[in-house]
Structure formats: structure tokens, C-alpha cells
Design a protein. Sequence first.
Length: 133
Amino acid sequence: MAQAAFEEVVEDFEFLEDWEDRYRMVIEMGKDMAPMDDALKVPATKVEGCASQVWLHMTPEGGAFHFQGDSDALIVKGLIALLHRLYDGLPMAEVSSVDARAELGRLGLHDHLSAQRSNGLRAMIERIREQAA
């Protein structure tokens, strides 16, 4: 089961019939994210396998999984915002049990992302799962 914040996105997507509107919503979610400190944009936080620049910084706090992310591409930053809604705040032990592909599939993303974006999204999910393990 997804986080409540992600469920809200699923509900919002149901009301948006046009994929242009859905893309705009994802981009706006990325723009609304808190900025990631440039000092955290280092090789250790960079996600390989993404066509654009992507950084994810994870921090376990009180047994819960938290992360920040950033990208130089607006749509990718929006994808990070989606992942943030899916994972942030979960107990560390539950992160690996989230079926991100199925959850994101509820949004229809697989059919509307380029192969490069899909590969990058998989790389981000893999990094999240590795860091939480």
C-alpha cells in the first residue's frame, strides 16, 4: 500500500484526462520540492544510469526512511517528487517491500516515459532500495 501522499497523486491523476496535464502536474510537483543543498550534490549521491543529472541523499531518522533529491531536468525532478511521496517517511524495513513499478503503473507512467527516462527511474528506485537495505 502506498503512502497517503502518493494516493493523493493517484486520485489527482484520475481527474486529469490529458497526458499533457499530467506531465505538467509532475513537473509542478518537482518545482515545489524543497531545494537540495548543493553540498550534497557529490559523486556519492549521484545516480548513475540516468540521462540527466540526478542526486539522491538518504537519511534514516528514528527508524524512518527519508531522502532529498534533485535533477537538472524538470520532468526528472518531478519523478523524484513522485518517489518522495511513495517512500519518504516509511519505516526502513518497509522500503524494500514497496512495489514501485506497480504503484507508478497506477499512474500510467510506463506508457508515457521515454526508454531513457524509464531506465533512469529504475536506477533511482534501485538506489533507494539499496540505501534502505
